[in-house]
Design a protein around this ligand. Structure first.
Ligand SMILES: Cc1ncc(C[n+]2csc(CCOP(=O)(O)OP(=O)(O)O)c2C)c(N)n1
Length: 550
């Protein structure tokens, strides 16, 4: 519904379209290039304005918002320096397939392409990482462009859109807009195609579903679970999508990530039918385009994704289905219980056993400083049933990916782009959007110094986030890569750090430092029960850093 506003300028028209399409929060760092848009926000009390400390923080918050709500996360930045600072979020939204709108103030239109102060040609700058880049030249266009931005960000493979608005056309008279995005009707597979899929599922002895992000929608998880159970098919999840399927379920086959052991991959390769459901089957999920075999998979390969450009993009599919994966899962359900044959039962047990081997906790490795794996080991059984876990990039996160068995409605929020600096702002956005749920942010000393300042919003808005910082005095993940590829030749990976506990306290956050394994349990209990933000700095040891995991 479009809200009427006291005055209607082009900026009001733009915001009306966003508000009318469900946008009720924007993240921003203000700038003189979009004073007109900022001013209009005064007349939209239904839009919560979150002022951030860095455009990357604002952008990462918008990414998390887009992922949770499946509506575009919106962030607003100033021209030139603001846009360049925010660009990391555009890349992250592209890699994560998240609907995102970046609104940029632009130089006056009379100065366009004069290399004016802080001018950038956003088409060129964002051309390869945004789905669509538009630059308005007339005030009358703003409502329509906001509509198209929303539409493009949400359709097909969701992604980032950049909309540049010259400062001199932001507050001109404009008509009340009537641009409402209608969602596409869900497409289902044709009856013939459904019959083919059923036949293949019937015949297969070792079928495997690889489930991906397009199932992160209402009914997505339920449909996936019902489909897997109905046919007794094991489910592997795509890169960093652990929360799509209950990890303790006997049909869970694990995630396709950065460190799948050879034995598990050998099992996946031996599948005789691969049903890629709602996944783009990109680089990491496909283990560097080696699973399945290129260009023609060794097993029967069915690829279902709602975007025609994605289906069969990397691997030739025997059957490509450009349709809604949720509808496909629902349409494939068996109507009557059918006995499961021994080969399929054995197959499912085999791949689940592989997952259990991967996920098994290693024996504790006592030492002087804390092994971050032990923090995760203590945290997992304490996680509330609906916890939201936000991860920054770094090797501290590896034990979470490997050993934390996510159960719905628990959520894993971690960027597929591997961007450092995501964790803290994502936690802020998640806690604002889901105020009743406990949000836990885990971050390394490297990533925290990139966007940790956004933590102040947890104080300002009384968000009960638990921040857990792994302080190993190093860009540990990169140091581990150096150790592997250039043994003993460390350069640029040592960090000289501030006293993080006192930094958090200076922000107004209750904080403590854990230096011995024996202190972990009590600290986590305090942090998880706090009704306010809480900060635990863990002095972690470098030697515990696993070889991969950023
Ligand atoms: C924005 C960004 N810059 C650089 C990198 C490369 N990178 C990946 S992990 C990592 C080190 C992370 O260090 P830290 O946050 O301290 O966590 P640790 O690996 O020590 O656990 C770096 C520099 C990246 N992924 N993102």
């Amino acid at each position: 519904m479009i809200t009427s506003t006291p005055k209607t300028t082009s900026a009001h028209a733009l915001l009306s379209v966003l508000a009318g399409n469900g946008i009720d929060r924007v993240f921003l760092v203000p700038g003189e290039s979009y004073l007109g848009l900022l001013d209009a926000l005064n007349d939209f009390p239904q839009i919560d304005v979150v002022a951030c400390r860095h455009e990357a923080g604002a952008g990462f918050m918008a990414c998390a918002e887009g992922r949770l709500t499946r509506r575009p996360g919106v962030f607003m930045v100033s021209r030139g320096p603001g846009a360049t600072n925010g660009s990391i979020a555009v890349h992250t939204a592209q890699q994560d397939a998240i609907p995102l709108i970046l609104l940029v103030g632009q130089v006056p239109k009379s100065d366009l392409r004069r290399q004016a102060f802080q001018e950038i040609d956003y088409q060129k700058m964002f051309g390869s990482i945004a789905k669509w880049v538009a630059e308005a030249t007339e005030a009358a266009q703003l409502a329509e462009l906001a509509f198209k931005a929303t539409r493009v960000a949400m359709s097909g493979t969701p992604g980032p859109v950049v909309l540049a608005v010259p400062e001199d056309i932001q507050q001109q008279a404009a008509a009340e807009p009537h641009w409402i995005v209608q969602p596409n009707a869900l497409t289902t597979a044709a009856p013939d195609a459904l019959r083919t899929v059923r036949d293949l599922l019937e015949k297969a002895q070792r079928p495997l579903i690889v489930a991906g992000g397009a199932l992160d929608v209402p009914q997505g998880r339920e449909s996936l679970l019902s489909l897997a159970q109905s046919w007794h098919i094991p489910v592997a999840v795509s890169f960093r999508r652990h929360d799509l399927f209950p990890n303790s379920h006997p049909l869970y086959a694990g995630d396709l990530g950065l460190s799948n052991p050879a034995q598990q991959m050998a099992a996946f390769h031996s599948s005789d039918l691969l049903l890629a459901l709602g996944t783009r089957f990109g680089d990491i999920t496909s283990q560097g385009y080696t699973f399945p075999r290129l260009p023609r998979p060794a097993q029967s390969f069915i690829h279902c994704y709602p975007d025609a450009a994605v289906v069969g993009q990397h691997f030739a599919a025997d059957l490509g289905l450009v349709c809604d994966p949720v509808a496909l899962a629902r349409d494939l359900l068996r109507t009557e219980a059918t006995p499961i044959g021994a080969p399929r039962r054995d197959w499912a047990a085999r791949v689940h056993a592989c997952y259990e081997d991967v996920a098994a906790w290693p024996a504790p490795r006592p030492g002087e400083q804390v092994d971050f794996t032990d923090v995760v080991r203590a945290l997992v059984p304490r996680l509330p049933h609906d916890a939201i876990v936000c991860l920054d990039a770094g090797s501290f996160a590896a034990p979470v990916y490997r050993h934390c068995a996510f159960q719905y409605p628990q959520r894993l929020m971690a960027p597929l782009s591997g961007a450092m600096g995501y964790g803290t702002p994502a936690a802020i956005a998640c806690s604002m959007r889901e105020p009743g749920r406990k949000v836990i942010c885990m971050v390394g000393d490297g990533g925290f110094m990139m966007t940790g300042n956004e933590m102040i919003a947890a104080v300002a808005r009384k968000l009960p986030i638990l921040f857990i910082l792994s302080n190993n005095g190093s860009y540990g993940s990169i140091r581990a890569h150096q150790d592997r590829d250039y043994p003993g030749r460390h350069v640029g990976t040592d960090l000289f750090n501030p006293d993080f506990t006192r930094v958090a306290q200076a922000f107004g956050i209750a904080a403590e430092r854990v230096t011995h394994a024996g202190e972990i349990d009590a600290a986590l209990n305090r942090g998880l029960t706090a009704n306010a933000p809480y900060f635990i700095e863990v002095s972690t040891r470098l030697s515990a850093v696993p070889p991969r995991g950023d």
